[in-house]
Design a protein. Structure first.
Length: 358
């Protein structure tokens, strides 16, 4: 049974967008040469290992491109600019801890990065501990650094879930007996942690579509979340940004009650429903859905003047295309999900994208 979640940091809990950063400093050719000097031969990993001094490592960088010493030094000194704490990091950690798990970090990370942008590590006080490579002179995927973490906190490998964006690090963790998943995006990885210790349940949609004679655009979700089922209405999770998006798009106050939400939808020519009538699901994890039974959207279209269909997220679009497109003849447009799991999209980006089609 999993008791501990172990996170990598870079490109999991913090953004580290090197190429976007380096292209802001230099022209394309210089950016490539500086990048190759720092990364191509693995010198950066020595910074994380912290056996050599920073001066010695800089000399390794310079040896690759002697005529770009100033540019390499500038990129090195300003590297904190390419780092950003992911807005989902602390809420994700707190959510996991609230379910009784311990949370740790295991990261290839240098003291230079710590000094360059200390605020991106603001999640550390929310964790139970961890290991930075620079303090133990080891780097992943060396099995020794994994053992260092396990021994430091008395953890059993088989009770740990490890999440990292690099496949070689994931493989190393599995060889030591950990359950390990490669981080692709927050929505995917959150689905992994969300499904821990949860069992499948059969869910049946308990409320009907919302529409009237003025509805021209149908917005389809997938299946109501536990919060929505409890409330008996669409997008009931407090962190779902659907109602904020609609309010911003139409320049109206944020609706608070179900009646206000209905008015916002119907007064702007919209209709709401979901693509799944019933399914087996773990919690609110879209990635866990199986045995989906579609809603009868063709029947709804017969009763309305709907001309366009928007799918709120990938699962809604997938189910619609599989079961309903052939029957309705109306291609659906996949929209970025307003779910809190889609943390890669800020509210501002969501509003901008949805405004284009509403």
């Amino acid at each position: 049974m999993i008791k501990n979640i172990i996170f990598d940091i870079g490109r999991v809990l913090i953004e580290f967008e090197w190429m976007d950063y380096i292209r802001k400093l230099f022209d394309e050719e210089t950016a490539k040469r500086v990048t190759d000097a720092i990364w191509k031969k693995g010198h950066w990993w020595e910074l994380d290992r912290a056996v050599l001094s920073e001066e010695e490592i800089l000399e390794l960088f310079y040896s690759e491109e002697p005529d770009l010493r100033d540019e390499i030094k500038e990129a090195f000194d300003r590297v904190g600019e390419c780092m950003l704490l992911c807005d989902y990091a602390i809420p994700w950690i707190e959510e996991i801890k609230a379910r009784g798990y311990s949370v740790y970090y295991l990261s290839n990370y240098s003291e230079h990065l710590m000094r360059a942008n200390p605020s991106v590590l603001d999640f550390l006080p929310h964790m139970d501990g961890g290991v930075f490579s620079c303090y133990v002179n080891l780097i992943k995927p060396d099995p020794a650094i994994y053992r260092c973490l396990l021994e430091k906190y008395g953890l059993k490998a088989e009770e740990c879930l490890f999440i990292d964006d690099r496949e070689d690090n994931v493989v190393a963790a599995r060889k030591l007996g950990m359950q390990a998943e490669r981080f692709e995006n927050y929505e995917q990885a959150h689905g992994v942690t969300d499904s821990l210790d949860k069992k499948y349940q059969h869910v049946v949609h308990t409320f009907g579509p919302l529409f009237n004679e003025n509805s021209k655009v149908l917005i389809l979700g997938s299946i109501p979340s536990p919060a929505s089922r409890k409330e008996g209405f669409y997008y009931g999770h407090k962190q779902n940004r659907f109602w904020k998006v609609l309010a911003e798009v139409f320049g109206l106050p944020l609706p608070e009650t179900i009646e206000e939400k209905k008015e916002l939808v119907l007064s702007n020519g919209l209709a709401l429903w979901d693509s799944i009538a019933e399914c087996d699901i773990i919690g609110a994890s879209d990635s866990s859905v199986k045995n989906a039974v579609p809603t009868d959207i063709p029947k709804l279209l017969e009763q309305t003047n709907i001309e366009r269909i928007l799918c709120n997220g990938a699962l809604s679009k997938k189910v619609y295309d599989k079961y309903q497109l052939e029957r309705t003849g109306i291609p659906a447009l996949k929209m970025p999900s307003t779910s809190p799991a889609n943390a890669a999209w800020s509210l501002e980006r969501l509003v901008e994208e949805w405004r284009k089609v509403l």
